[in-house]
Design a protein around this ligand. Structure first.
Ligand SMILES: Nc1nc2c(c(=O)[nH]1)N[C@H]1C(S)=C(S)[C@@H](COP(=O)(O)O)O[C@H]1N2
Ligand SMILES: [Mo]
Length: 421
């Protein structure tokens, strides 16, 4: 077992466990340390043991004491109620799955109230047999279940700003969530319609007032694209696309068209408003990148983070999330000294392609001001860039695809602040 080299040090996991047990009560865990038990523990019968508890219920809800854990920075454009975004409170969650009720939302014209019995999905264009599917018909096809993240291309956009936004982790980075999605592979439905081999693309259109539409290359449509009907075991939530959405693993969230009503098989990309005026990436030289599909490798420390500070010097576990639209996370390095030294963090199984991967790193904080950060690598050997590298390559005209290393400064009083490092 390796001894920490200094008093501000990442530790291996065994050292962390041994140390925290050996020193518990000696103040090393600070305010969070367990207190030594006395002969009188447990001291008394608490009130909730003295009468029968609450009745059974039809649909479970979080504990009332957790009512403050909600979506965050819920903002709609002026003059609208449903056009905007809400974010996942990343700093309040653990593991890899986002509870459906806390999945981020991004709507271009609110949430349509769709009667599933009246909803239809049309497949037409360059096909032998145009087909119309009811939701009941879709339910009869063979389904697959996959755990994948969904990230809005505009996630973390405030980080392109000249000064680091004084926001929580979820407020900055919470346009990413991760669910188990269950549905019908799009390939099966396209094959049934009989796709013309000369067709290179599909157009996907939503049944919302924005009729949001995107072009998707045929290769992706035939690979892992899915018509998702279920999210985390239950039918999709209205805000996430009920009764059916397109789901494109790893691609920018915008392309996973919700409330899907139409797929048109086309020779080329359609150049919809949503992929020309929006969701193209204006670069420093005035040119714009189009069709920037995969969300590149990225990570962020969720604890500690702004609002989730430290309570005195001592042993802590740094916890965070990493993901890549190009593949599987192979490594996350953590620095607790502003980027001089890096330690490979533990990746918590299961580590799945295009899914959120939880990482953990034990750390003894000596109480001095320092900066912590994480840097993820994926199996196509992409490494998360520094902010300086990202801005050098893409400029700051752009609001999409911000993937740079996030630095949090830990102040001497344990408060955590967003900084550019
Ligand atoms: N029909 C339709 N599909 C849509 C949108 C929309 O406004 N309308 N928003 C897109 C955007 S920009 C994103 S990031 C994701 C968000 O999915 P979520 O709300 O389930 O998190 O859905 C995409 N699909
Ligand atoms: Mo988005």
């Amino acid at each position: 077992m390796s001894e920490p080299r200094s008093s501000d040090e990442t530790l291996d996991r065994r050292a962390f466990l041994t140390k925290s047990i050996a020193v518990a009560g000696a103040g090393v865990l600070g305010a969070a340390a367990p207190s030594p038990a006395t002969a009188n523990d447990p001291p008394e019968t608490p009130p909730w043991m003295k009468a029968p508890g609450a009745p059974l219920g039809p649909y479970g809800q979080p504990a009332k004491y957790e009512a403050k854990v909600t979506r965050t920075l819920i903002r709609s454009q002026p003059g609208t109620t449903g056009t905007g975004a809400s974010r996942t409170p990343l700093e309040s969650l653990e593991g890899m799955i986002t509870p459906s009720g806390l999945h981020f939302e991004r709507h271009h014209s609110g949430i349509p109230d769709i009667d599933p019995d009246k909803h239809r999905v049309l497949i037409h264009g360059m096909v032998e047999r145009p087909l119309v599917f009811t939701v009941d018909a879709l339910m009869r096809y063979p389904m697959v279940s996959r755990i994948h993240f969904l990230e809005c291309a505009g996630n973390s956009a405030p980080m392109y700003g000249a000064t680091p936004p004084a926001l929580t982790c979820g407020q900055v980075h919470g346009l990413v969530s991760c669910s188990e999605w269950t549905g019908v592979p799009l390939r099966i439905l396209l094959q049934e319609a009989g796709v013309d081999p000369k067709a290179g693309w599909i157009l996907a259109e939503g049944a919302d007032a924005a009729a949001m539409s995107r072009s998707v290359p045929m290769a992706k449509a035939m690979d892992d694209a899915m018509l998702a009907l279920y999210q985390n075991g239950e039918r999709l939530r209205p805000e996430n696309g009920y009764p059916v959405r397109l789901f494109l693993p790893g691609y920018e969230g915008n392309m996973s068209v919700k409330w899907l009503r139409r797929i048109k098989v086309t020779p080329t990309a359609t150049m919809t408003k949503d992929e020309t005026s929006k969701y193209s990436d204006l670069q420093a030289d005035g040119k714009a990148l189009m069709f920037t599909y995969p969300m590149d490798v990225k990570s962020v420390i969720t604890r500690p983070s702004p609002g989730v500070g430290l309570k005195g010097a001592g042993l802590y576990e740094i916890s965070g999330i990493a993901w890549s639209g190009n593949g599987t996370i192979t490594r996350v390095d953590v620095s607790t000294d502003g980027g001089r030294e890096w330690t490979a963090a533990e990746l918590v199984p299961p580590v799945l392609p295009r899914a959120i991967t939880r990482f953990r790193q034990a750390w003894r904080w000596n109480g001095a001001v320092t900066t912590i950060m994480s840097r993820a690598t994926d199996d196509v050997r992409q490494v998360q860039p520094t902010r300086e590298q990202l801005v050098r390559e893409h400029g700051t005209n752009v609001i999409f695809h911000y993937t740079a290393i996030q630095a949090w400064r830990v102040e001497a009083n344990g408060e955590v602040k967003n900084v550019y490092a």
